[in-house]
Design a protein. Sequence first.
Lengths: 233, 485
Amino acid sequence: MKNGAQLIAAARTQGRTALDELAGKQLLASFGVGVPKSVAVSDAAGAAQAAATLQPPLVVKVMSPDLLHKSDAGGVKLYLQNAAEVERAIAAMAATPQIRAARVDGYLIEEMAAAGQEMVVGAVRDPQFGPLVMVGLGGIFVEVLADVTFRICPITRLDAQEMLADLKGAAILRGARGRQAVSQDAIVDVLLKIGGEDGLLMRHAGDLKEADINPLIVSGSGAIAVDARFILA
Amino acid sequence: MPVAGRDIIEKFTPLFAPRTVAVIGASTKGAALPNVFIRRIREFGFAGAIYPIHPSAAEIDGLPAYRSLADTPQPVDYAYIAVSAAQIPDMLAAAAGHVRFAQVISSGFGEVDEGKDLQERLAAAARAGGMRLLGPNCLGIYTPRGKITFTEIGPREVGTVGVVSQSGGLGTDIIRRGMNRGVKFSGLVTVGNCADVGPGEMLEFYFADPQTQVIGLYIETAQDGRRLFEILRAAQAQKPVVMLKGGRTRQGLAAAASHTGSLAGDDRAWIALSRQTGCVLVDTLDEFIDALLTFQTLAPRQQQATQRVVLFGNGGGASVLATDYFARLGLEVTPFGKPTLDALAALKLPPGTSITNPVDCPVSTLQQDDGRVAEKILAEIYANGKPEALVMHLNMAAFAGRTRPEVLDNVVQAALRVQTHFPGQAHFVLVLRSDGEPQLEARKREFRAKAIALGIPVYDEMANAGHALAALQAHERFVISRSMA
């Protein structure tokens, strides 16, 4: 597996301004952040064989530097139960007008994460303070209510715990209104792997302009980064 | 003290307690700003040598003048420079090795586009000449230990509050308003464009300086934001730090950019800074001064952060409003439990007295026993209600003409006696409310001074006391949470 510096160097060599999803997840995995088991294929032809190594339900996502919002472009297909469905999904995607018009690096076939609380973990590079790490609850909490909180890297475990406590939606994590409580420790661990003393952002501070892990799906026991985007500086 | 601490104190001693001061820009007519500076430091009691620098005059304001900064009989600890910007870099270059601190008051440097190169040259000249540079585009330093001041008015005593301000005008406000509210300073440095010495280094000095116990920062732009973060994070609020940050909104940012001339930080980063380092972020000049006064006067609680507050005084409506306001700030003003209520009821206070929390005592109650009644009430409140802070509020207008003048004194003295019986239990603060009538204002001023001398912080309104206690709470919470981790 490539390390962070190699992944970033490879993207730069290809003239990219961002890591593709596969590279982004490899970067996360190299810092110990959980990501779904996945295989990348270039087209429908190899899909069935690749999919056979994964545990359904599966998801297929198009990888293209031109498609920022891949689900809007018809480039995400969920709940695929077998290799044949995966193959058909890729063939159908390849035929849609937006994807045909885009540069396509390939297709990512992933095991679907179990349902859980969606979180967003992000990063920006501040001109004065260097990397900042962000956390919020996913969906409307981040998009409509902007219920997020930032810290300057590196953060401590206590900083990460206080970040979660700062969220207006903090009660949801503790299991408000009959929901199941999620593992705050798992979120804290991810925040430390991203924003801690030896974390991803401190290690690659000069190379990263922005990052989004959206969503990070958190269950009662763990967290998994389902989508990731790293913009290079 | 660690070696680094001793080093920085030694480094800045010529600034905070200079033995020799050069003044550049004073005129023979005695009307220029540098002349005013000479007059002010003499009035303030500066006993070291003052060297006016002038191209031709034999003397300035009765002092022998010298042709250049390099010509003074002794090396210059502190040079106050207020002449046109263009000539200053060469002036510093010519005095290489002869000056320790040069404070450049003049503007026309990095705060305007056409002055950016000049500022580079200024900083380079100072560096090459082995001198430290303050400013340019600032007002000066106020250091009671060194008897140097750029302001007309300022406390003579050496206090414990150290301030660094990126705005000179605001620095003046902090000293003048601070003085009237009882703040006493260990120093105030205006750093202007920060071409050399910036807030970070001053912060390091104040953390190391044994005279300084509380630190105040007014910041508009932080070129060294990362360093500021690292210094504050390493210090872990071992001394309380209060920060007033200008340019936190987009509109404020535009004003800041035209003021000190560099890019400003981002609000979310400053909030993060505050949460991670325990420095208390405040929004207004008055909150800043009130918070400094609070930390100067009250020792932070070490076991549990201040949360439960008792309001005691005259003014039912005012205390209801304050209860709401305090709640929004995260301070609880909750009704007493039965034991406290029973104990207070047993005192059989006159009708019109409300003995829940807030405790509303009309003047007719407070004047009982010439005000000493407060001791009985507060003793029960402290013993049974166990407040973490007591806010005593006195609406002075209601006392005027109805009570003997000593009643106010006695009420406060009564509270102080209760404080001594319950040491360390509750912060005791005073709100002196006035309607602005000149006579009442005069009385308030006198009474405020008395209270401050007794070690009681005084605020103008309930909301101000709320913000002050919230600042204390934020600091206490940070320190307690970090000591447990």
